[in-house]
Design a protein around this ligand. Structure first.
Ligand code: NAD
Length: 474
């Protein structure tokens, strides 16, 4: 039976309206019959059982259905009041990041995450017949999500994993519980209104390390996808299951004497300050050739950088934001430059977007993935040294790096030496995830396991079907 498009539009509009009026309590009694909030279960075993049942039903749906369900996720997130609601709640609940950037990130995740079109089929034909190679689902995927991109990761993982025919059990960070549960709620209601099986996207009422461990060990969870810091990525990769690890970065940005310095300064401040430096791809330290370093700093200041020269004040800042174990203090992760400066007695306006200082490469602000708008500048004599220092301070994460230069040979040299998944030339870091740069987006960038910028095909198994002696028409 053909369903009228205007009817689908009307249904989506109604769901969206219901959600916007009261995003944390579903209006549809049938939809919420099994769990208080659709998709949200009391315990991990029930969540996984529901996701398994949903995936079995999902296998009965066609590709046109999958496309429709993916579109329903995009539509419900792109509804302006929903977009604003989850973006605001993410900042309010986690105390990290900034609302305007979250709006951009959530919108980008909904618009630019690839769907079913990512699953291209390959075919081989010849005297012996026809062989097709297709992407097939794993079944139930367990996905662990970070505080830094709580909703963006849920949106992009849901689209990619469902496009590939899976269901997904999310294990969010406890500090992002409400915004995660509300986003999963929105997605479930939209999916159900679009006619999808119930519980394709699920989680538990009380996210915790114990629940994450349970999920990782559960035999029905066929694949694990972890977006987070080094400890949890290591744990997931030691699970004995097929796993994708999207771990930490410490992205350096190299600026040489051939670069357009004024543009470089603008791009660097824009990239570093985006969502108060929470993105794993964001500029974390600058390595600048000495001959242009002063002009670069001058232009960074013109674009909202606040430079600290006094070693005593820099030490005060270290004491404020770095832990004894040489990690970032959670209370300052994703906070604004204005807020951080205020804590050490420096009052500035909101036009100050980053804090900078001229330091050697050994400095903790260079070495540690801070995830705050603190951007040290390291001076080096020449571009070759800059590239070596960038490789060193990236710590082998092979995550992201940037370079501002007009010298093709040196751009190529850096790309080859640093081996990062994302390498942005002459632009801000976020160009690497499709914001002002060509290409699709993801918020799960898998360096350690090599999938790179994950998409639907990363969440699928490659299978071969062979028809012997037939269907080749050459
Ligand atoms: P985190 O490692 O503290 O937490 C990530 C997730 O793992 C959370 O859901 C948390 O509850 C869970 N977790 C952490 N330790 C656990 C344990 N021992 N057992 C079970 N579960 C555990 O990271 P975060 O602070 O939320 O996020 C920031 C980190 O994530 C940064 O290092 C950042 O670079 C990285 N990140 C990477 C990507 C990427 O695509 N590569 C994207 C976003 C964030």
């Amino acid at each position: 039976m053909e369903i009228d498009k205007s009817l689908i539009d009307a249904v989506i509009k109604q769901v969206v309206q219901n959600l916007s009026e009261n995003p944390s309590a579903c209006q549809d009694a049938a939809c919420c019959a099994e769990s208080k909030i659709p998709g949200v279960f009391q315990d991990m075993d029930s969540a996984i059982a529901a996701a398994e049942k949903a995936q079995a039903e999902y296998m009965e749906c066609g590709m046109a259905d999958r496309k429709r369900f993916v579109q329903a996720i995009r539509d419900v997130i792109l509804n302006q009041s929903n977009l604003e609601y989850i973006s605001k709640l993410a900042v309010d609940e986690t105390g990290m990041g900034c609302y305007e950037s979250k709006l951009v990130k959530n919108r980008t995740a909904a618009e630019l995450t690839p769907g079913v079109e990512d699953l291209t089929t390959a075919a081989l034909t010849g005297d012996d017949g026809l062989t097709t190679i297709e992407y097939s689902p794993y079944g139930v995927i367990g996905a662990i999500t970070p505080t830094t991109n709580p909703t963006e990761t849920i949106i992009c993982n849901s689209i990619g994993m469902l496009a590939a025919g899976n269901s997904v059990v999310f294990s969010p960070h406890p500090r992002a519980k409400k915004v995660t549960l509300d986003t999963i709620h929105m997605i479930n209601c939209a999916l159900e209104e679009a006619g999808a099986p119930k519980n394709l996207v699920v989680t538990v009422e009380n996210p915790s390390i114990e629940n994450t461990n349970k999920m990782m060990e559960h035999p029905k969870v066929r694949m694990l996808v972890c977006t987070g810091g080094p400890a949890i990525v290591k744990k997931v990769l030691s699970s004995g299951k097929k796993a994708i690890g999207a771990g930490p970065g410490n992205p350096p940005v190299v600026v040489d004497e051939t670069a357009d310095i004024e543009q470089a300064a603008k791009d660097i401040v824009n990239g570093c300050s985006f969502d108060n430096n929470l993105p794993c791809i964001a500029e974390k330290e600058v390595i600048a050739v000495d001959s242009i370093a002063d002009f670069l700093l001058f232009n960074m200041k013109k674009n909202g950088a606040y430079q600290i020269d006094d070693p005593a004040i820099i030490q005060k800042l270290i004491d404020l934001v770095v832990t004894e174990k040489n990690g970032p203090k959670t209370d300052f992760v994703g906070k604004s430059a204005q807020y951080i400066l205020k804590q050490i007695g420096i009052e500035v306006g909101s036009d100050v977007r980053i804090i900078t200082m001229d330091v050697p490469k050994e400095h903790p602000f260079v070495q540690i993935e801070l995830m705050m708008p603190i951007l040290p500048v390291v001076r080096v004599p020449d571009v070759d040294t800059a590239i070596d220092v960038a490789v060193e301070v990236e710590h082998g994460n092979r995550h992201s790096a940037m370079m501002h230069s007009k010298n093709i040979d040196k751009l190529t040299k850096m790309a080859k030496k640093i081996q990062t998944t994302i390498f942005v030339k002459n632009g801000p870091s976020y160009a690497g995830i499709g914001v002002g740069g060509e290409g699709y987006t993801t918020f799960t960038i898998a360096g350690p396991t090599g999938e790179g910028l994950t998409s639907a095909k990363s969440f699928a198994r490659v299978r071969r079907c062979v028809l012997v002696k037939g269907l080749s028409v050459r």
